[in-house]
Design a protein around this ligand. Sequence first.
Ligand code: ADP
Ligand code: MG
Length: 363
Amino acid sequence: MEIRISGLSKTYGTGDKRVKALNAVDLTIPANSIYTLLGPSGCGKTTLLRCIVGLEQPDAGEIRIGEHVVWSSEQGISVPPEKRGLGMVFQTYAIWPHMSVFDNIAYPLQVAGVARASIRERVGRVLDFVQLQGLGARPATNLSGGQQQRVALARALVAEPRVILFDEPLSNLDAKLREETRKDLKKFLSKLELTAVYVTHDRVEALALSDHIAVLRAGEIVETGAPQDIYFRARSRYVADFIGRVNQIPATVAGHEDGLTLVDTSMGQLACRSGAELARGSEIMLCIRPEQLRLNAATPAPARMNVLTGTLHEIEFVGEVFEANVQIGGERLVVSLDAASDPHAGDEVQVAVAPQHCLLLPR
Ligand code: ADP
Ligand code: MG
């Protein structure tokens, strides 16, 4: 089901303790997709989710779920949470300690009056999914933190809601389990006719899991798009920087040529993906991701590649690759090097980068 949010605002507190958690948020979440709200701690993600669920009353705006207006300040509509047909997985486990794992998960079905045989079958299926098979009889508190979070996930999925909302559901799992659970979650969600709204501050989780991402800052949506749009074609430095590591190099537009934009930097002149709208002389920021910088390529650089010469510094082996800095002119760029290479500080290196990976953004 599609979710449409318009002009949604929420302020906490009064007087000089006022915090504007959401500032006139407009957002359309398409049906049957995984939609992620991504942003740093305190930017309003949880508040937005709680407004959709109905656990928080906004000050202004409207929320539609499918055809139904569930909140409207103008029309005075406020549908209670249990009537919105949503499932939710919280950041904290919200598991009932006095119940078994099975009863925790079965609870929403029991409340809905589902037949016992069907409850057994459906709870069994979600237990398998969250890799807790065989643990149904355990007291819920007798599980590890990660297992408890998976019980919460199973409980939200068991009633097969049309919309499910997740608030950082993987943040308490260890790295390996987090990755596995994320993959399972994506597989499971894409099999269902389900709209998933997923909140995280973790950019890798957002990129890997989502069909669409909305990046938030201080109660506002800064940018929305598919993961690759956000990653490769961010429209602001804030987003480019939040979604992944990026070298930011002050540059001045020198002109336009063959569909590319030429910029002057302290490293020399580079050809960049077209910013045809940029006037000559504009002061902008050239953004290049470390993994787009090719070092000492064995094959000659294809035509139009920018090729620069620099010196390696601060080499660090981080397992999959070496990370290092390259000094080129007045800039120090972060680069990654093949783990099989043998880099040394002071080595002279050739650095090549394709114009399409040179993004020009406002300073
Ligand atoms: P996020 O989930 O992105 O970390 P939140 O939505 O929890 O952000 O919070 C947004 C802002 O609103 C923060 O500044 C937070 O301190 C504030 N806030 C959240 N809940 C409350 C509350 N119940 N009372 C007062 N301030 C709150
Ligand atoms: Mg939060």
